[in-house]
Design a protein around this ligand. Structure first.
Ligand code: FUB
Ligand code: ZN
Length: 639
């Protein structure tokens, strides 16, 4: 049975791990990213003032609109959970200027209005035109939901109507194309839900179903632009080009996730929406297979997605190099979007496990603890060999990641709970309070927890009168044992039914009833599948959902010379003054040294090892103390 997420307006984060992060996002990241958008000309681009040679007006880039849209969406989410008159008026002014840039026929895009109006809808493959529509549409829905003001949403419905008139089956005289960078698919479904207008769902379905059908639209489109035909080339090159855009085959015939990692996952998130809303079982079955391939063969332990810098793309199965990993911040975020949709269709905790893995690791590694610096790539080893040095920075030329981070952090509330007729699902352990609908009745559900640092979660229920329903609490995939108490009485966990990874606590609940959970959270040593060559004979450390790494600042240079004996004990300790307050892991290891190797590359003697102390910190917090610090997730292991 499909679930309905408890919406952001009804689910607030009030403390614990996430509240300080959200505060930093509000207080630092929102103003910092606005300043970057303004300073680079992205905000003023909506004035449509660019002309060739006009001084002081930067030329709007094809995906600038999307960066501004994600800021608008973030600001809207922020206002839903915390009123702020100054932010509200800044948002109003920006939204007004976006709305004013709409053309009489409904079109809205700064680049293709000011710079290349004759190229409208002529290169869907490369130019991000419909991608920008998608982000603006998502922003408009969020703005409407946050403020109740309709004008931005109305603007975007006019643009969506134009898309509906323009795109569709060739037999209807329309362009049979689909976006080069998916995003509009999921945005159109949001517009459908916000307006009830079925044509938006139909257009999303068309984009999803048409993708990858022969004849291949992007190739037809290139011919129509008058591009010279490519010289004959090997078939695998042709396929690779199509795969980059997931345009190599229809989704229903796809089993492997390939190509550009963000494109792929935005596409499958949108396709999941379409499958749900249009009741498309064949599409859903395909998405399950692609999901399995993605998460069982191509996902980093951090929830990072996309092994290859070339094409920002997925590699082969089990191709998961560490230091050269791409793992774009947006790709881990996209994984959360996709996971959340699959979770709400299938009510299966394995999707929530992946979402949680990404959230606590490869998503938030993308932003500094100070909130004003970002990673675009999130490798699992860095600065080891001086080849690729890495540190967070304030902005990027292609700056998709910063406002993707801000929007997911400030909308976290909507990922925590879902409901269905007679149950509330607790997916994530986040201190906060929510109002959930159980049939016709509303209940309150509050969590108190310092998760992920401790496994204790206290859930308190609130309601006007006794109500019968089930509280379905996710048993995290990382956890092997849990103690459960209800109103102070310990339950035998073995007798609590487990339904697709959710512990089912049903009964007649009353106001003030308390469920206490104590998830056993030892330090775990995790190994990778033997086919992951990069992690062979290596181990990583995880406690709860948090993946750990070594940093040079704690362990000295040459991290790859550290070898962890299988029996080495690693003790967790909460360090309130470190990295904003984190649990660190400390223990003894060995360190190889090069004594005796002077002047030799190969030798018959062994390598000397010394006993050393090691300390591991949460992966997400690496790189926050000293610039370009060494970092290593997968540590050499010995018996
Ligand atoms: O192309 C727009 C965004 O820039 C993509 O989502 C990212 O991967 C980066 O290429
Ligand atoms: Zn990005």
């Amino acid at each position: 049975m499909a679930l309905d997420p408890v919406p952001l307006a009804d689910s607030k984060v009030t403390g614990g791990f996430w509240k300080p992060r959200q505060d930093t996002t509000r207080d630092v990241s929102i103003p910092a990213t606005y300043a970057q958008l303004a300073g680079t000309g992205r905000i003023d681009a909506f004035k449509l003032a660019w002309r060739p040679g006009r001084p002081g007006v930067p030329q709007p880039h094809v995906f600038w609109d999307s960066d501004v849209a994600k800021w608008v969406e973030t600001a809207a989410y922020s206002l839903v959970t915390k009123p702020d008159p100054a932010l509200a008026s800044q948002l109003d002014a920006l939204v007004d200027s976006i709305v004013a840039a709409q053309q009489p026929d409904g079109y809205l895009n700064t680049h293709f209005t000011a710079v290349e109006p004759h190229m409208r809808f002529k290169n869907l493959r490369d130019w991000h035109e419909i991608y920008c529509f998608g982000h603006l549409a998502e922003a408009a829905v969020a703005h409407f939901q946050a403020t109740g003001k309709r004008h931005f949403l109305d603007t975007m419905t006019r643009y969506a109507d134009l898309l509906d008139k323009s795109f569709g089956p060739a037999s209807e005289g329309k362009i049979p194309g689909y976006p080069g960078h998916p995003e509009a698919e999921l945005a159109l479904v949001k517009m459908y839900k916000a307006t009830g207008e079925k044509i938006y769902l139909a257009l999303a379905k068309f984009f999803v179903d048409e993708r990858g059908q022969a004849p291949f639209y992007y190739e037809t489109e290139a011919q129509q632009r008058g591009e010279p035909p490519r010289p004959p080339e090997p078939l695998d090159r042709v396929f690779a080009r199509r795969e980059y855009h997931q345009a190599h085959a229809p989704i229903v015939d796809t089993e492997e996730i390939v190509g550009h990692a963000v494109r792929a996952q935005y596409l499958y998130a949108g396709a999941a929406d379409v499958a749900r809303e249009a009741n498309d079982a064949e599409l859903l079955a395909a998405l399950r297979k692609i999901w399995d391939n993605a998460t069982l063969k191509k996902m980093y332990i951090t929830g990072g997605m996309g092994a290859r810098p070339d094409g920002e793309a997925f590699g082969r199965d089990y191709e998961l190099p560490n230091e050269t990993a791409y793992a774009e911040t947006c790709a881990a975020i996209a994984l959360c979007f996709w996971a959340h949709r699959m979770l709400n269709i299938e009510a299966d905790a394995r999707y929530a496990d992946v979402m949680e893995r990404a959230l606590y690791n490869g998503v938030i590694s993308g932003v500094s603890l100070s909130g004003d610096k970002f990673f675009y790539v999130n490798p699992l080893a860095a600065n080891l060999h001086g080849k690729r040095t890495l540190e967070r920075t304030t902005w990027f030329g292609c700056s998709c990641c910063p406002n993707n981070l801000t929007r997911i952090e400030l909308s976290l509330g909507q990922y925590v709970y879902s409901t269905c007729e007679a149950a509330v699902y607790v997916h994530l352990f986040v201190e906060g309070e929510a109002k959930a609908k159980i049939g016709e009745r509303s209940i309150m559900i509050r969590q108190k927890t310092v998760y992920p640092w401790e496994g204790k979660v206290v859930i308190t229920l609130g309601m006007e009168r006794e109500t019968e329903f089930a509280v379905k609490v996710r048993m995290p995939g990382w956890c092997k044992s849990v103690a459960i108490g209800v109103n102070g009485t310990e339950m035998d966990a073995a007798n609590v039914p487990l339904e697709k990874g959710y512990m089912v606590l049903s009964g007649a609940w009353n106001d003030g009833d308390v469920i206490e959970l104590l998830f056993d959270m030892p330090v775990e040593r995790v190994h990778a599948h033997p086919k992951v060559e990069a992690d062979s004979c290596r181990v990583t450390l995880q406690r709860g959902p948090v993946v750990y790494c070594l940093e040079g600042v704690d362990n000295g240079p040459g991290l790859d010379g550290i070898v962890l004996p299988q029996k080495a004990k690693l003790l967790p300790a909460f360090e309130p003054g470190l990295l904003g307050g984190v649990v660190t892991l400390a223990g003894e290891a060995l360190r190889q040294d090069s004594t005796g190797w002077e002047g030799a590359l190969y030798a018959t003697h062994g390598t000397r090892q010394q006993r050393v102390s090691v300390k591991a910190v949460p992966y997400f917090a690496w790189g926050n103390r000293t610039p370009r610090e060494e970092m290593l997730v997968w540590i050499r292991e010995t018996q």
